[in-house]
Write a protein that binds this ligand. Sequence first.
Ligand code: NDP
Length: 492
Amino acid sequence: MLLAATAYEKPTVANNNQQFTIVIFGASGDLSRRKLTPALFHLHSIGALPERCRFIAFARSEYDDQTYRKLLFDVASDSYGADATKWVEFAKEIRYITGSSNDLESLRHLDEMIKSDTAGQLEDNRLYYLALSPTLYEGTISALSEAGMLDERQGVRRLVVEKPFGTDLESARILNENIHARAAENQLFRIDHYLGKDTVQNLIVFRFGNTIFEPLWNRNYIDHVQISVLEDLDVGDRAAYYEHSGVLRDMFQSHILQLLALVAMEPPATNDADSLRDEKAKVLSATRKPNPQQAAENSIRGQYNGYRELDGVSPASATATYAALRLYVDNWRWQGVPFFLRSGKALRRKYTEIAIQFRQPPHRIFDVEDASGLVPNKLRIVVQPDEAIHLTIDNKRPGPELRPQAQELSYEFPMGMRDAYERLLLDAVAGDASLFTRADEIELSWAVIDPYVNAWETELASQLYPYAQGTWGPIAADQFIAPGRYWSNPIG
Ligand code: NDP
């Protein structure tokens, strides 16, 4: 695959006169210990990072370097344990600094430390990863700016900002405005780790590297599109956060709309970050913004049994842990084609899939006795847990009669990047923003989701359907997609 083939090239900033420093703010947290550091370790151990690359872990908890390194090892020993020498080499490059990310003095101390490492001899490039609560993004960027740490005269200064970015259109706009007052858009890398998955990037290659699908990729041949992001885990210890977020803000505004944009966008003129993001933004802009009545009619919400008993959750909570939406993209290519999107917690399987359901042939010439014969073509792009592409086609059933039977052509992705964060960290180090979300995309996504969030707070809202844990969600979701259409659930 085109993108995977370049995955381990060294970032272009690598050369001996340059130092690259990766600072993780929020280094004692879950994301940093479970995902980011193992990803950096693997990139370091295969030599994919710049030659002189240092890692600084920053948080308020007090650790010395040794204790912090042990803390890292204990959380992800599976990732580090296989090669003790590589772990030791990597660990010695990690420094832990105690401080508060929105405190000027702490940041000045950090800045001095990085400068003393480069000793004025080397170009001083930096990536600041904000693995922090969203309430700290603005204060941290503001303090970094005040400390002069976003000034790019001595080297690049890039900021990776985690999700969620805002809680609605208004808050995202304000956040963007305030951040833009301190950092240029090309310094910002708003991360959505779904975009780091090989299958997601392959959507671009699959659609625009082949000639056989693109002519069919429109309202004339496609009946509908489904995007499912299903989780088997319940909300776990994030209940208090989730109670205010709910499934629409947690999953739809980011991951699911990004997938929709990649499926529905027009071919970009080139593969560069802005061409890709321009096309995604156009799709989000063309996605219908319903009035409250339409939003209520085109959505269904559910809550798993047991959710209201969790700590931090109201006993009368109306927070949806499951949602299905019917969206339309109002442009020439997609007019009238429904996009069914769904996501939920505590479901039967962890499973993410994009399903393109093609239309029935216009005229049937075969006798079909059972459901396995003559089904319309379906393309399933499985994003997780196993990355794969399956195309359902009709073939002749073996035997004397001319009877059709549905079969699948499948391609399973070999392991490319071990984790989406590896790809994205590498791209951020190299300054390639293609797989990061631009300010306008974020705002356009909130503009799509806000009407549903708002409609659910009115008396127009559909019933909140309870569902049993370990199922595919509320039964009402099957009626929502019917008639003649079915959710594409994995077997088993
Ligand atoms: P945690 O609560 O586990 O970690 C937050 C970290 O921030 C801790 O290390 C905390 O450590 C540190 N922190 C808090 N206040 C400050 C401060 N003033 N200055 C410096 N450090 C501070 O959160 P997560 O790691 O789970 O999430 C971090 C971000 O990543 C969030 O925005 C989340 O939405 C996002 N995210 C997380 C995912 C995950 O899998 N965990 C997945 C996708 C996104 P200390 O108290 O020592 O300062």
